[in-house]
Design a protein around this ligand. Structure first.
Ligand SMILES: Nc1ncnc2c1ncn2[C@@H]1O[C@H](COP(=O)(O)OP(=O)(O)O)[C@@H](O)[C@H]1O
Ligand SMILES: [Mg+2]
Length: 223
């Protein structure tokens, strides 16, 4: 379970302060599939980056199960991220000079896993994403939808429990976006916690719950 308590984030660049998050409190249970929505600049990416330990918070508390993440030192944070977090991005962020197979294998190389075991895991994830036939192609030789499947396979290969996706369908046409959402639903059914930033109501509808952010706060509905 993710537990954020009154989390704030202030960016300071050249003396100018930006309050990106203004007191976010929320709980996300293991195995939930969450959509994060809100206008551009409302703090969605900042929130995801804090949950994913890519950015530090200015105030408040972040706990994951028994771990107080916001109290971890740099080295511990890196270990936490490696154990729990995988990211999927709008622009796929694959390594261009690597094949599909090599991209998915990447997180395993950092984990002391034998070549034989790596092969088993990579092939399993490629099959799950329906891109087994693309193993030897380079990232530049496949479509956007195929690249995003490859990125999701890479996220899965890491074996982590949280998949954080920042507008993963934002660069794809509507039909391909639907296919990618089906892929995320499969990922979620494996028991992974999935958090997806999106502007697309259709994407949000496929999630169990929507968190709306406005001006760095969670929007409360009074209906
Ligand atoms: N690294 C940064 N330095 C300074 N300001 C930032 C930085 N990242 C984001 N911001 C500011 O924080 C606010 C929230 O940004 P962001 O989380 O990217 O919003 P969203 O993802 O909802 O579009 C914006 O005003 C943005 O300009
Ligand atoms: Mg953003």
């Amino acid at each position: 379970m993710i537990r954020l308590n009154n989390v704030t984030k202030i960016y300071e660049t050249q003396g100018i302060k930006t309050n990106a998050l203004n007191g976010i409190s929320l709980e996300i249970k293991d195995g939930e599939m969450i959509a994060v929505m809100g206008p551009s600049g409302s703090g969605k990416t900042t929130l995801l980056n804090i949950i994913g330990c890519m950015d530090s918070l200015t105030g408040g508390k972040y706990e994951y199960n028994e771990c107080e993440v916001s109290a971890l030192k740099r080295g511990q944070l890196n270990a936490f991220r490696k154990e729990h977090i995988s990211f999927v991005f709008q622009n796929f962020a694959l390594m261009k000079d690597y094949t599909v197979y090599e991209n998915v294998e990447l997180p395993l190389l950092a984990r002391n896993i034998s070549k034989k075991e790596r092969k088993k895991i990579v092939n399993e994830k490629l099959e799950l994403m329906g891109i087994s036939e693309l193993t030897k192609k380079y990232a530049t030789q496949i479509s956007g939808g195929q690249q995003q499947r490859c990125a999701i396979a890479r996220a899965l290969a890491a074996g982590n429990d949280m998949i954080l996706a920042d507008e993963p369908t934002g660069a794809l046409d509507s039909k391909t976006g639907d296919e990618i959402m089906e892929a995320f639903i499969r990922v979620n059914k494996m028991g992974k916690t999935v958090i997806i930033i999106t502007h697309d109501q259709k994407v949000a509808k496929k999630c169990n719950r929507v968190i709306e952010i406005e001006d760095g706060k969670i929007k409360v509905h009074n209906d």
